[in-house]
Design a protein around this ligand. Sequence first.
Ligand code: LLP
Length: 420
Amino acid sequence: MFAYHRGQLHCERVPLADIAAQVGTPAYVYSRTRIEENYSHIVQAFAELDPLICYAVKANSNLAVLALLRDLGSGFDVVSGGELYRVMYIGADPARVAFAGAGKTEHELIYALDCNVGEINVESAQELDVLEQLASQRGQATRVALRVNPGVDPHTHHHISTGHAGSKFGIDLDQVPRVLEQAAQYKHARVQGLHIHIGSQIPNPTPLVEAVRKLLDLVEDAQRIGIAVEGLDIGGGFPVAYREDETFATVQDFARAVKPLLKNSGLTMRIEPGRRIVADAGILLCQVQFVKHSAGRRIAVTDAGMNTLIRPALYDAYHNIVPLHCPQADEPLRAATSNELTDIAGPICESSDYLGRERALPELERGDVLAVMNAGAYSATMASNYNSRPRPPEVLIEKDTYRIIRRRETWDDLLATELA
Ligand code: LLP
């Protein structure tokens, strides 16, 4: 979806230089076609298991992206009242919404009950207790899944690993039977499912298979306690290659690995992919403001930094960075190189404010525009106003046209909620 044609980087059929000229930089740009393809790959890979796909809204919560996924048939995984508000706003079917998160407030739980969401994923015994009280006060039954911490190591970056012992997420495996006994007493918060999400960017299916096995054991424990578990939610975490030479298991590999465990289990299934649907459907455009040299390195300072894409600063994450114009480019996204390596820095007053370091890029000049690849997930949603910088616009490309799906913030927007 992002490729050079005659030396110019395009998204679908739109030259990205046109977007930079017309919308300005920094800007996030998304390919509608790629989002559609990614979603349908997941549907096809898991077809035999017929899961409810609950797109993890945190990856990219733009209303137009959510509406597009709703139209494709997706449900939604939300982790806050704000995310729930977004999916309700676009008219999602609440029965296809799962509300997760380790720290839901009472206000958020009440809102979830008001919306009558399909499932509330409860992460502690205490949360289950509070939910039962709230639901019984309203005389309303609600479907609950217990989020289990299966105690497996997903072999991913420690900041995005959630299912290991000592994690704040979910209920420890050995405590689950006790919580199920507690749940068996409850009339309103009805436990009907078990949920795991062991981490993001899981390199291969092995830890997921191990975790699903543990869930299946718990289904039997639940039965003995008198709780009929109807479905399993196995979370998200399907990986995306951020480096050109990286290879990970595909969504098909994950589907193939869990199929034998779940195919004839009689259980319904949910998955919660986020990154895999949107990451490679988006880029961040930024413009070189200044080029300077220090201690044998070239530093290009751009108008986008950790405020617009925090992943490199926060996780040491790698994002490919390519120029918009690349006369010699004969292969997609392989930029012409000069001898000197370039650090791509942002404008923020923090020494961790880099988008990439030691990159082979052509000579860069003031005014050149760069594309930071794989910026469709956890980029706009993690952006901040640090240093009082307005957040960039988001643009959705649809074949040979584009539309602005979020306008650029203004300096007045920055002040709008404050009182002097
Ligand atoms: N379900 C639950 C309960 C989650 O916590 C997450 C992500 C997902 C699904 C979706 O995971 P995915 O399919 O996108 O891997 N900001 C980090 C990623 C944090 C993921 C948090 N939870 C990053 O930029 O790498």
